[in-house]
Design a protein. Structure first.
Lengths: 334, 334
DNA sequence: TTGTAGGCGTTATCAT
DNA sequence: ATGATAACGCCTACAA
């Protein structure tokens, strides 16, 4: 079929090892020889065989991003950050959804196939997957794990502090009955954000009402139904803090459906700052986390572990910020 | 490091070929032998080496989805459809963005790396990429190409008919000044949708005003600015048909910004029916195309070509429909 | 039903 | 600066 390095070698009148050197940009090849080889390669339309290279090198230029269903907009940003890093660093990104077909994962992780793996919530907190990875000695990195450990590097923001700040912001606006829509409890980030919410209330001397806390699924419909439940309370909240933007968008939709105005009648804020936050109306006030950066930095930490499995796992905390757009306002009610 | 097929063979007391047979689920192995081998493989934590297998088989279990920047929501649905198909059929999906780092593509397409490639707009109409793929004899499939050809299979909806139907629908509602926000002209789908728009106007005996046609970029901001231009016209349109939902969302935002109500004062409709369509308010009336199905069927057609490069390329046209939500209404003005 | 020989295309090692 | 030889781990072809 297509040409191999031996064909190129013959055509260029050198040994195939020399071709190998040229293809890998190694030193110690005379310029004239190099040129001869390059010309021959171009003429023969030579393409290196990745399988053969990987077999011999015991390596791969593939990084896997393991995802599960919930928030597509979250994944989208992570994926973009990871893809950009990959293309700048000679890797390619394999995206695998394990929620559908769990058996795909073990195939994906067959020996030598992936140079490394990026885990996002909820897999970053999944002990099974991590043990699997460790057993196969595949380097991995965790994005937004509940807590850092010494098995793998990690990248995160300080979710607890961020949730605390946003809650305090709402309190500053005069709100004292603040509904919280959490993510599923198996997500470490959900627990951390809930803790931050509690921190703020306690620090401000407010009582924590468990009925104001509703567990969502990080999805738009779950934002709607939690909001519905909150409004059906005898004393509904004057502000709702959703643990991601998708749920906040659902909350706003449900609010409108009931003829309640945002932010005039009720304040709604989100978390993540993904695309939907600037597209809905009113534009969403939210916690911004630098998802693309997080993914890029995660990939970089992963590379360090790919290069040297013994290197100390690093843990990075990136800065977050509050992006106050137009979905919040002062508390109207007493 | 980890076990090879030979280690398993020794441990099970059979030849390595037998192990190979078991690992590939081939017939002609006594059940007792099979069990012995499986046990040994489990004990040794054996994982097949994909590089060695691919090298020998001259194959790969990787399918590449080549994307470029514009509409992330479009890509999202295509990607989900392709991923699901892949995990059901023993493949994995590599997602590569060529808009950033074009050189990544040639590396990705190195010999044997990818079993096949899925092209979406605008790459489905890019002659360079197609020639490259043909030169390397990598099977590929085109999603939503401008026209089908005999080089590769394709999957699409009838964009021209769909755009015509939506335009007619608006005409039926009494609109005669209908603005069209097209996609970039290098997209075949843009040209087809534009043609359908013209078809409808001509068939209805309306004149085509070129000033009512504005070229967008398939992005939210471009939807805003085109809409702004349309409203600045001496005689603005009473309805706007955006060639994708992102631009329609931008159009609605710009409309609100000017204090104009949707759909009371102006009708706005989109195209694609992606997530944003049901999340914004009012919920968007739009042309639905079955993106996930399209991707899954594309992958299936691709597989046929991977299995037999000589097989006749198939061309599938999937049904579309109009999803009339709440962003349209009758024409108020004369 | 099971086993043996050989090679896929590349890189590592060691020589020249 | 360049080349010969030997793996990497698996599968195909053929043999027993």
């Amino acid at each position: 079929m297509s040409a191999t390095i031996k064909d190129v070698a013959q055509s260029a009148g050198v040994s195939f090892k020399t071709v190998s050197r040229v293809m890998n940009g190694e030193e110690g090849v005379r310029d004239s020889t190099r040129k001869k080889v390059q010309d021959a390669a171009t003429t023969l339309n030579f393409q290196i065989n990745t399988s053969a290279r990987n077999l011999r090198r015991r390596g791969s230029n593939l990084i896997a991003l393991i995802i599960s269903n919930p928030s597509r907009s979250y994944i989208e940003n992570i994926q973009i950050g990871a893809m950009e890093w990959c293309s700048r660093n000679g890797f390619h990104l394999v995206v695998e959804d394990v929620s559908a077909h769990p058996k795909g994962l073990s195939d994906l992780l067959s020996r030598g196939a992936m140079a490394g793996v990026i885990l996002i919530p909820p897999m970053s907190d999944d002990p099974d997957i991590q043990r699997q990875l460790i057993d196969k000695s595949i380097p991995f990195v965790r994005i937004a794990p509940e807590t850092a450990n010494d098995k793998a590097p990690s990248v995160r923001i300080d979710d607890r502090a961020a949730a605390r700040e946003m809650t305090k912001k709402l309190i500053t606006l005069g709100h004292s009955r603040i509904g919280l829509i959490t993510g599923p409890s198996e997500f470490g980030v959900s627990r951390n954000r809930l803790a931050g919410y509690r921190d703020a209330l306690v620090e401000s001397g407010l009582t924590i009402e468990e009925t104001l806390i509703c567990e969502g699924a990080f999805s738009y419909p779950s934002g709607q139904s939690c909001t519905s439940d909150l409004f059906d309370l005898p004393a509904p909240p004057t502000a709702i803090f959703a643990s991601n933007d998708d749920m906040a968008a659902g909350a706003i939709a449900e609010t409108y459906r009931r003829g309640i105005a945002v932010p005039a009648d009720v304040t709604i804020v989100g978390y993540d700052d993904v695309a939907v936050a600037s597209v809905i109306s009113p534009p969403l006030s939210t916690v911004r986390q630098p998802l693309k950066d997080m993914a890029a930095q995660a990939a970089a930490l992963l590379l360090a572990r790919i290069r040297d499995a013994q290197s100390e796992p690093q843990h990075i905390i990136l800065p977050h910020s509050l992006v106050m757009r137009a979905s919040h306002g002062p508390c109207g009610k007493t």
